[in-house]
Design a protein around this ligand. Structure first.
Ligand SMILES: Nc1ncnc2c1ncn2[C@@H]1O[C@H](COP(=O)(O)OP(=O)(O)OP(=O)(O)O)[C@@H](O)[C@H]1O
Length: 310
C-alpha cells in the first residue's frame, strides 16, 4: 500500500534577483548587472524538499493565471517530483519577491503578495486530500485564516499538522495552536512569538516550553549552525541535535525549509524523533553547501549517503 501523502499548503514565489552595487537614491536610476528568476516561497520550497527526499507530496498553492513566471514555478516543482494536481490558478500575478542583492551581501526585498495573498477557496477535492493525508505542513506566507481552516480540517480528521513559524512577523492566531502536532520556529521567531530571550540554550528551552504551554503538542527549534532542539511532548525530555558539519557553507537560503520538510518526511516514514532529527540535519547540511533554495535541495540518495558516513 502506498503511504498517505504529505500535503503542503502554502506560498510559491518568483524571486527576481538583481545584483546591484548599492540601492538607488530617490529619483536615481541604476543598472543591475543581471536579472535572474528563481523559484521560491516557503510552501514551494518545503514541498520540493519533501518530494526530493522521496516522499509523495502534494503542493496546494495558488499561481497567477496570466503571469509568465507561473510556468517556470510549476516546472521547478514538477521537476522535484511534487504533485500539483490540487494547485489553483487565480487572477493577477504570482507571488513575487524583488531581491536587490547589494555588493557586500546585504539584501533589500520587496514582496508582491500576488496569488499567495489573493482570496482562497478550498475545493472539495482539497478538503478530501487533507482529510486523507499522512500529515499537513503549513508556513506563514498565505492568509492566516486559510492556515486556520486547513489546520482545523486536518485536526478534525486526526491528521498531524506541522506549522513552520517562518513567513509573516505577526502573532500566530491562537485558534491554530491546539490543532498543531508540531510548531517549528527558528530562534528569532521563537523570541518574537514568546516575548522571551533566546540567547542561551536554557533560554531557548524555556521559550519552547512556553509554546508548549499554549497548547502545541511538540516544538522543534531551528538553531542554524548550532543545530536544533526538539521538545517531543509534555513530560518528555528534550532532544538536542547538533548540526552535521558542512565542508563549506555556500548559501544557507532555504536550509530552514529543507529541515522542517525533511523532518516531516522522516516522521511520516515512522522514524523515531532522534533519527528524524538526524535525517533533517543531514538534508539541511547538504542544502547549505549549494547556492539557491530549491536547486540546493538534496535527493534522497544524497541524504542516505551522508548519514551512512556519520
Ligand atoms: N552552517 C550550517 N552548517 C550545517 N548545517 C546547518 C548550517 N546552518 C543551518 N544548518 C542546518 O539547517 C537547519 C535549519 O537552519 P536555520 O536554523 O538557519 O533555519 P532558518 O533560520 O529557518 O533558515 P532560513 O530562514 O534561512 O531558511 C539547522 O537546524 C541545521 O541543522
Amino acid at each position: 500500500m502506498s503511504p498517505k501523502p504529505l500535503i503542503v499548503v502554502g506560498s510559491v514565489n518568483a524571486d527576481l534577483v538583481l545584483p546591484i552595487e548599492r540601492l538607488p537614491k530617490p529619483g536615481e536610476t541604476l543598472a543591475a548587472a543581471s536579472i535572474e528568476t528563481v523559484p521560491g516561497g516557503k510552501g514551494a520550497n518545503q514541498a520540493a524538499a519533501a518530494a526530493r527526499a522521496g516522499y509523495p507530496t502534494f503542493f496546494v498553492g495558488q499561481f497567477g493565471r496570466d503571469d509568465p513566471n507561473a510556468a517556470l514555478l510549476r516546472n521547478a516543482l514538477l521537476g522535484c517530483g511534487v504533485d500539483l494536481a490540487h494547485a489553483a490558478e487565480v487572477e493577477g500575478p504570482c507571488g513575487t519577491a524583488l531581491i536587490l542583492l547589494q555588493a557586500g551581501g546585504e539584501n533589500s526585498i520587496i514582496i508582491v503578495g500576488g496569488a499567495n495573498q489573493a482570496a482562497w477557496k478550498l475545493s472539495d477535492g482539497v478538503k478530501a486530500l487533507i482529510a486523507g493525508a499522512g500529515a499537513v505542513l503549513l508556513q506563514r506566507e498565505i492568509p492566516e485564516p486559510v492556515n486556520v481552516e486547513v489546520a482545523k480540517l486536518a485536526a478534525a480528521a486526526g491528521v498531524p499538522v506541522i506549522l513552520d513559524a517562518g513567513g509573516v512577523e505577526g502573532p500566530i492566531d491562537p485558534a491554530i495552536l491546539p490543532c498543531l502536532t508540531l510548531l517549528s520556529p527558528n530562534e528569532t521567531e521563537l523570541a518574537r512569538l514568546t516575548g522571551l530571550p533566546t540567547d542561551s540554550e536554557a533560554q531557548v528551552q524555556a521559550a519552547a516550553e512556553k509554546l508548549m504551554s499554549a497548547g502545541v503538542k511538540s516544538v522543534l527549534v531551528k538553531l542554524g549552525a548550532d543545530g536544533s532542539l526538539l521538545l517531543p511532548g509534555p513530560g518528555q525530555p528534550p532532544l538536542r541535535q547538533a548540526a552535521i558539519k558542512a565542508a563549506q557553507v555556500v548559501d544557507t537560503t532555504g536550509a530552514g525549509d529543507c529541515f522542517t520538510a525533511t523532518y516531516a518526511v522522516a516522521v511520516l516514514e515512522g522514524k523515531p524523533p532522534a533519527e528524524a532529527l538526524r535525517f533533517a540535519s543531514a538534508a539541511a547540511s547538504i542544502c547549505v553547501q549549494r547556492k539557491g533554495a530549491m536547486p540546493s535541495l538534496p535527493a534522497r540518495t544524497e541524504v542516505d549517503e551522508l548519514l551512512s558516513k556519520q
